[in-house]
Structure formats: structure tokens, C-alpha cells
Design a protein around this ligand. Structure first.
Ligand SMILES: Cc1cc2nc3c(=O)[nH]c(=O)nc-3n(C[C@H](O)[C@H](O)[C@H](O)COP(=O)(O)OP(=O)(O)OC[C@H]3O[C@@H](n4cnc5c(N)ncnc54)[C@H](O)[C@@H]3O)c2cc1C
Length: 625
């Protein structure tokens, strides 16, 4: 075995969802990269739910994929049940989600990282680090030899100073069976970084053979599953089923008997939990008028021990084990259930992300080259973590190469929305992505991720030439079909039979076929079928993409003009050494905050509380000079 070098361009701490994308991206951009993580076998481990994606989260995965990240590609391979959520609503809010074989997902990630050129995987714990006079980071890894690097990306997830709770029992640990990063938490605080205490929780896991499936509702995957990744070749398959059950007032009464021993209600946990992914005890306390909550029973995998385990989605709890046990047994299908692992909560330190640039690098020039990504930045969820990891890894590599930073705007990607929110908003609870957070969500659809991002991923060096060629071929096919529909004129006698069958208004004169797609009742596949244009060469996902772009075209064109105007202004770069004191007309508050935060762009400056539109126009005037 070759000895491990002691100097790297980029070191990534952590092998969770953020660490994987960060390390892969930095190595892919040609930087000599190391991933240091506590347990190499835990790389890619899913701490909680056995699923990837969902509404807005699925969009993040599609965006990561279009930029050349790994999450979507591997999720397609390890997926055992695929569903497009929100199908009854407009395509702007559709969200792909898939159940994973959790062990297969982690194994595939480990295999990919293991064969990624420029990447060294090191099992170890970062306990302490500092920066030398040349700006290199010196990393101390317990008993392992010291490493140095030019850029350091910390993706420590729920592990910083972490404590796990079940009932009144508390012990240190970042995840069940894994230690906490206690010393690193102290190191970061000692450096003066502002941190916050947050918490998250996980539900019980049940023995699959102890459930009565005749009492629960079956939930199947989509008949024609949509892949996450543009790079996935061939169809993906549903190989598993999920089930639905519900709590009752009996369940709630039993859970309430444990409230006096709840670490949350007795004040043992001080960290703030995710508002939109609350524990079952939180739901009962907050929504006292509801006597039932829906729960999903999800398999954790198809092989080995995982095949026998069911995750009770919606029943996250840190109540005492015996209370969880009794409450679970009130649920239809679970009356004789065997609990393999009880739910618990974990409390951990997170870094206040307003100390970071949208590249996730620390704003403080004394910490230049230090990045944070993932749950450590106060987010919740695998997808949010992976998106940040990708951005941090790309930017760490670009920084080492002396290249311009890579920042996505809110108008281009959910990743841009995520980064912009995190570094600008005062967040006091775990942040998760929603479609409602994106002002341009009609434009940021899951179906057009490639149109928005793939060329950018290729320009960076993240996306292969072959993938770009495939994308351009698809775009050309789209154009050809669009042109064919635009040049196809249909007479009222011919088309009204179709339109009235769809429940639409008839036309009175001959029209082009293309604009008919803007009618809500007309689907692309229906129209093509009626016009006898073969659809066999088109995948379901492609049909959806083309249809959505046509349906919203008028609105999208208007929105695009607005985006272009905004982008031009907000993307204006502010040089790193810009002298704000020379920009006449800035208020005292703006001068102080801009000098301290050193925003990368005018858009970034605009988001700082206390910086007024007048300050911004003064700044633009000065920048243009
Ligand atoms: C109990 C529990 C419940 C959760 N519940 C939910 C939920 O309900 N909904 C939800 O969306 N998300 C939930 N999550 C969060 C979800 O797991 C995270 O969002 C996601 O895993 C974050 O990815 P990450 O890469 O930031 O960190 P993680 O996946 O936590 O990975 C962190 C990695 O860093 C390594 N590491 C940490 N410190 C060091 C160090 N000093 N040196 C070397 N390596 C280090 C760890 O070993 C680990 O590999 C839960 C997590 C836990 C633990």
C-alpha cells in the first residue's frame, strides 16, 4: 500500500452526504483531495429515513445531478421504489422521491469514491487544526500523522458535541453506535466561530415479519418511474412496497403518559428541532385538536438484515422506550410489532452560516480557505447536505486553482436559493427546502434541471463531454419536435374532435398545433397520439419536460426577462480587496457591515440587513467606475 501523503490541496472532513459530494467534486476538478472520516465503512450511511428526494428536495437532487454530482445517479441504482410526489398539482411543484436500499446506497458511494482519481480516503477524526503563516491548514487527527491542506471543508453533520437522548437517558454520540466530535466542537468555538445548538430525531425500526400487512394500506411506486439522473441508462424498477397506517387518540394518550420523561419537554434538550419534521410527541402537543396522524411504513432495504427492517416514517420520538413500544402497538398492523431499535433524538452544535460566503467559505479573511457544508450549517436532510457539499467542494477546488468562485443565483437553481438563504437569514431552527422558498419556482422545475445547469457543470469540469453531447442531442430533438408542432396547422373539423374529448373549447379557424399545448386540458402525449406523431423515442420524463416548458411559456418568458434584469445586477462581482471607504455615499451601517462581511456580489450585498437600496445604488455606481 502506498503511504498516505501529508499534504493535500483540499481535505474534506466527514463522509456523509455533504462530504461525499465535496470530496468527489474537488477530486473531479483535478485537486489532490483527501476525505477524512471517522469510519470509512460509514461513508454514505443514511442516518435516518431510507429515502432520497421529495418535494423541493427532489429538485435539489436533480440540480446536483445536472452539475455532475453523485446523489441522483446512485439513488437511481439503489432505489427500490420510485414515486413522483404532487402529481395532482402543476409540474412546478412535482418532486421525485425514492425509497433506498440503504446498505446498497452506502456501498455504491464507497465504491465510487474508492476509484475516484485524485481522492484518498482516510479513516480518522479531526480533533484540532490551525492555519500557518502561509495560509495552509494544519490538521491534527489524534494518533494519525498531521496533514496539511490549502482548503479545508468541514461536513461534520450531527456529530459536533453531539448528545443522544431516549427518555431521561443521555449519552454522547453523533448517531447510534458512533462517537461524537467533541474536541472539534471545542476547537471551532475556540476560533471564535458562532455556533448554535440544534436537534433532530429518528423513529423506531421494526421487524418486518412482526407486522400484519392485512391491516395497512399498500402504497405502490409509479407505474413508469422517473429517474433522478440524466446519466442513468435504461429503465429503473420498483422492487418494494410501502404501507400506510395511522395513529389514534389511544396512541396519543399513551404517548402523553411519557411527557414527564421526555427530554424535550423536561428541558434536557435545549437544541431546536426541525419545525417541518417534528417528533410525534411534538405533533401531539402542537396539534392537540388532531386525533390522528398518518404514518408511512418503509422498508430499509432488500438484502441481509436491512430486508427485515421497517422504518416508521412520521413517528420520530425520544420518549422512553416502553412508552414508544406501547404506543406503536396501538397502530393498525403493528399490534404485535417487535421493535429492533427505539427512536432517539440527537442534539448537536451547528455553525451560524451567516459567517459564510455563498460558496460556504468563511467570510473572515483569517479563515480564508475554510468551508462548512451540510447539516453542520444548520440544515436538515440528505439532499440539502449534498447540495452544499457540492458547492463547497467545487469552490474549494477553484480557490486552490486561483479560479473565480462558483455561485448559483436564486433564479437558476434551488441550490442557489439554499445557499442564499443560509448565508443571509438568521436561522434558529434546522432549515429544510420547500418549493415556497423559491420565488422563481415555475422556472426551477425538476424537469428542466439540465437546461438550467448542465452546461455550467460541463464548463466547470464536473460533467463529461459524453453527457454534454447526450444533452445537446436531446435538446435538438426537443427543438425538432417543437418546430414540427409549430409548423403543423390543424383545421377546426379535425382538431375539435380531440379538443372537445379533452373537455376544452373548440376552435373556429385553423391553428398551429404547438400553442394548443398551453391549454391546461391538452397533454403532449395526447396531442402527439391524435396527430399520429410517434412517441416511442421519447421517455416519460422527456415528454413531461417538453410539455411543462410549453405550457408555461408565456409566463416563463415574462419571468425570464425579470430574472435577466435582476441577475445582471445581482451577479456584479465585488473585488475581494474592494475599498468600501472609497465608495462615497454609503451609510455608516452599510460601510461597517459591507467591510466586515465582504460580500462576493451585489446580490449578496443586497441581502445584508441594514444595507439599503440607496447604499446598493451607490455601490453599483462606484463599481461601474
Ligand atoms: C438521529 C438522527 C435523526 C435524523 N432525522 C432526520 C429527519 O428526520 N429528517 C431529516 O431531513 N434529516 C434527519 N437527520 C439528518 C440527516 O441524517 C442529515 O441531514 C444528513 O445526514 C446530513 O448529512 P451530512 O453530510 O451533513 O452529515 P452526516 O450524514 O451526519 O455525516 C457526517 C460525517 O462526518 C463525520 N465526522 C464528524 N465529525 C468528524 C470529525 N471530527 N472527524 C472526522 N469525521 C467526522 C461523521 O463520521 C460522518 O461520516 C437525522 C440525523 C440523525 C443522526
Amino acid at each position: 500500500m502506498n503511504p498516505v501523503p501529508s499534504h493535500f490541496d483540499v481535505v474534506v472532513i466527514g463522509g456523509g452526504h455533504a462530504g461525499i459530494e465535496a470530496a468527489f467534486a474537488a477530486a473531479r476538478l483535478g485537486r489532490n483531495t483527501a476525505m477524512v472520516t471517522m469510519d470509512l465503512k460509514a461513508i454514505g450511511r443514511m442516518s435516518c429515513n431510507p429515502a432520497i428526494g421529495g418535494v423541493a428536495k427532489g429538485q435539489l437532487v436533480r440540480d446536483i445531478d445536472a452539475l455532475g454530482g453523485l446523489m441522483g445517479l446512485v439513488a437511481d441504482q439503489s432505489g427500490i421504489q420510485f414515486r413522483m410526489l404532487n402529481l395532482s398539482k402543476g409540474p412546478a411543484v412535482w418532486g421525485p422521491r425514492a425509497q433506498m436500499d440503504m446498505d446498497d446506497y452506502a456501498a455504491r458511494m464507497q465504491e465510487i469514491l474508492g476509484r475516484t482519481p485524485n481522492l484518498t480516503l482516510i479513516g480518522g477524526e479531526l480533533t484540532d487544526f490551525d492555519r500557518d503563516s502561509e495560509g495552509a491548514y494544519r490538521l491534527r487527527l489524534g494518533t494519525l500523522p498531521q496533514l496539511t491542506c490549502r482548503a479545508l471543508v468541514i461536513t461534520s453533520g450531527t456529530f459536533l458535541g453531539a448528545v443522544m437522548h431516549t427518555g431521561l437517558e443521555a449519552k454522547t454520540g453523533g448517531r447510534i453506535g458512533e462517537p461524537a466530535a467533541v474536541e472539534l466542537a471545542q476547537t471551532l468555538k475556540g476560533m471564535g466561530l458562532k455556533t448554535r445548538r440544534l436537534k433532530t430525531g429518528t423513529p423506531a425500526r421494526l421487524a418486518a415479519d412482526s407486522l400484519d400487512y392485512t391491516e395497512v394500506e399498500v402504497q405502490h411506486g409509479d407505474a413508469e418511474p422517473f429517474p433522478f439522473s440524466f446519466r442513468t441508462e435504461g429503465p429503473i424498477r420498483n422492487r418494494a412496497t410501502c404501507w400506510i397506517t395511522r395513529t389514534s387518540s389511544e396512541t396519543h394518550e399513551i404517548l402523553k403518559t411519557g411527557f414527564d420523561r421526555s427530554p424535550m419537554f423536561t428541558g434536557l434538550i435545549s437544541g431546536i428541532g426541525p419545525r417541518y419534521c417534528p417528533s410525534i410527541e411534538d405533533k401531539i402537543a402542537r396539534f392537540a385538536d388532531r386525533d390522528s396522524h398518518q404514518l408511512f411504513l418503509e422498508p430499509e432495504g432488500l438484502q441481509g438484515e436491512r430486508a427485515g427492517r421497517i422504518y416508521v416514517n412520521g413517528f420520530s420520538s425520544s420518549l422512553p422506550a416502553e412508552v414508544q413500544d406501547a404506543a406503536l402497538r396501538t397502530l393498525p398492523g403493528l399490534r404485535n410489532c417487535r421493535v429492533l431499535r427505539y427512536g432517539y433524538a440527537v442534539e448537536y452544535d451547528s455553525v451560524d452560516a451567516t459567517q459564510l460566503h455563498p460558496t460556504f467559505e468563511c467570510r473572515d479573511p483569517l479563515m480564508a480557505g475554510l468551508y462548512f457544508a451540510g447539516q453542520v450549517n444548520g440544515t436538515s436532510g440528505y439532499e440539502e447536505a449534498a447540495a452544499q457539499g457540492l458547492v463547497a467542494g467545487i469552490n474549494a477546488a477553484l480557490k486552490v486553482q486561483g479560479r473565480e468562485p462558483f455561485v448559483l443565483s436564486r433564479a437558476e437553481s434551488y441550490i442557489g436559493v439554499l445557499a442564499d438563504d443560509l448565508v443571509n437569514l438568521e436561522i434558529d431552527e434546522p432549515y429544510r427546502m420547500f418549493t415556497s422558498r423559491a420565488e422563481y419556482r415555475l422556472h426551477l422545475r425538476q424537469d428542466n434541471a439540465e437546461d438550467r445547469l448542465l452546461e455550467k457543470g460541463h464548463a466547470l469540469g464536473m460533467v463529461d463531454d459524453a453527457v454534454l453531447t447526450k444533452y445537446r442531442a436531446r435538446a435538438a430533438r426537443f427543438e425538432a419536435l417543437r418546430a414540427r408542432l409549430a409548423s403543423t396547422k390543424v383545421t377546426p373539423e379535425f382538431i375539435n374532435v380531440f379538443l372537445t374529448a379533452q373537455g376544452g373549447q373548440p376552435v373556429t379557424e385553423s391553428v398551429q398545433a404547438l400553442p394548443l399545448l398551453r391549454r391546461p386540458e391538452v397533454s403532449l402525449s395526447g396531442l402527439l397520439g391524435y396527430l399520429q406523431i410517434p412517441v416511442t423515442e421519447w421517455t416519460n420524463a422527456e415528454i413531461i419536460a417538453l410539455e411543462a416548458s410549453e405550457k408555461y411559456q408565456g409566463f416563463l418568458d415574462r419571468q425570464r426577462r425579470e430574472i435577466d434584469r435582476t441577475l445582471k445586477l445581482t451577479a456584479l462581482r465585488i473585488p475581494a480587496d474592494f475599498d468600501y471607504t472609497a465608495a462615497k455615499g454609503l451609510s455608516g451601517e452599510a460601510l461597517q457591515k459591507l467591510s466586515r462581511r465582504r460580500p462576493l456580489t451585489v446580490g449578496d450585498a443586497q441581502r445584508i440587513a441594514g444595507v439599503t437600496p440607496a447604499d446598493i445604488s451607490g455601490l453599483i455606481f462606484h463599481l461601474n467606475r
